[in-house]
Design a protein around this ligand. Sequence first.
Ligand code: BEZ
Length: 208
Amino acid sequence: MGIHIGDTAPDFTADTTVGPIRFHDWIDGDWVFFFSHPGDFTPVCTTEIGRTAQLSAEFARRHVKPLGLSTDGVEEHEAWIRDVNDTQNTTVDFPIVADPDSHIARLYEMIHANESETAAVRSVFIIDPNKRIRLTMTYPMSVGRNFDEILRVIDALQTGDARRIATPADWIPGGKVIIPTSISNTEAETLFPQGFVELRPYLRTTTL
Ligand code: BEZ
C-alpha cells in the first residue's frame, strides 16, 4: 500500500515507556518525529536515542515531539533507556513505543522483509499538527541518522508553511529561499517587500 507524503499518518494504540497512547490523540496539535529502530541494546540505536534526548530543547523549540519505536517490549525499553542515559550522558524524556509483535512497524512499513523479517529498518516520519505525513526517510540498519538534517528539514517545512516559500539545495535557516511558481510577481512584491531576484521566471529567490 505504502505510506506517502500527504497521507494521514495511520492511527494506532500502543504501550510506550510513558504508558499507553492513542497516536492521534497523543499528537495533540504538535509536530512528531516518529523514528524506528532495529532493536534495543544495539549500538547505533543507542547513539540515536541518546542524540534525540540531547536535542530535547531543539525539538521542543520547534513544537516537535519525538516518538521512538523498536520491536521489543516496555521492560526491555526501560532497561535500555537506563543504558542510553548512562552511556550518552543524557536523560531520555520522550516515549519509545513497544511493538513486540511488530504490528505498528508493519502498519508503517518499517519492516523490509529482505533486510529482516522481524527488525525495523531506520524509518523517519515527520508528521504535522494536522496528522499529515510531511517527510519520509529510510536509513539502513548499519547507518545512524543525521540529526542536523532532521532538524533542518523540520525548519524547512515549518518555514515553508509559515512564509509560502520553498527551500533550495542545502538550505539552512537564514539562507536564500525560493518563491514558488504558484506566486505571481505581483503577489511576490506584496509578500516579499524586501525584494526578490528573478534569475528565470521559474527561479526567483529572496531572503526572509
Ligand atoms: C545497531 O543499532 O547498532 C544495529 C542494529 C541492527 C543491525 C545493525 C546495527
